[in-house]
Design a binder for this molecule. Structure first.
Ligand SMILES: [Zn+2]
Length: 204
């Protein structure tokens, strides 16, 4: 049922209901999309439906790092050149895209699948932390880079991950936090400013 009540077809109403279950799609947008599909070429709807079904069948998580891929192991894990002893820990697969786009890192990744958040019921067991420890030992990792959000959950998760790796001979680093490029001091919050200050570097 749309915001305007029934659209006159239970099938159309059903599509609108399904669309509103998608993130960021309200009833208004869902109705607009459904009507667009109704009035446009049938091939467009068929293509869209096929894309969704095929994506669900073929796309999966890399069994090693948790990235999105279509094979057992993703391209980065299969690339021997990326086996350089570095392992970058991220919250979700999309973080890998951001780091790859920036082309700042040449090692492998490990997706945790979330951040610790006891209030939301996310406990250590829900994250791929045990797999992380296993990989650090098995893959001769010399540095674990914790590339997690600079949020309360990100901090707690980074701390927990570092503690989980206690006793394992590995260097643990985390991304620096500071003033964004192009940012002005007057708009930077106190915590960021404090970290930027304590993380100051020599001017070459
Ligand atoms: Zn992988």
């Amino acid at each position: 049922m749309s915001a305007y009540g029934s659209l006159g077809s239970s099938r159309l109403d059903r599509l609108v209901r399904q669309l509103t279950r998608l993130p960021g799609i309200g009833t208004k947008s869902a109705t607009r999309i459904a009507l667009h599909l109704l009035h446009n070429d049938a091939s467009e709807s068929r293509e869209l439906a096929e894309c969704i079904v095929e994506m669900k069948q073929k796309v999966r998580s890399c069994k090693r790092c948790g990235a999105i891929c279509e094979e057992e192991e993703c391209g980065i894990c299969r690339d021997e050149r990326r086996r350089n002893g570095q392992l970058c820990v991220v919250e979700q697969p999309t973080d890998i895209f951001s780091l790859e786009r920036a082309a700042v890192y040449r090692g492998r990744y490990h997706v945790l699948g979330g951040l610790l958040s006891p209030l939301d019921g996310v406990e250590p067991d829900h994250l791929r932390l045990a797999e992380l420890v296993g990989r650090v030992k098995e893959e001769a990792i010399s540095e674990v880079v914790l590339a997690l959000s600079a949020s309360v959950e990100g901090e707690a998760t980074a701390l927990y991950a570092a503690r989980s790796l206690q006793g394992v001979s590995v260097r643990i680093t985390r991304l620096a936090t500071g003033i964004p490029v192009g940012g002005h001091l007057e708009f930077v919050d106190d915590v960021t400013l404090e970290r930027a200050f304590s993380g100051r570097q020599n001017v070459d």
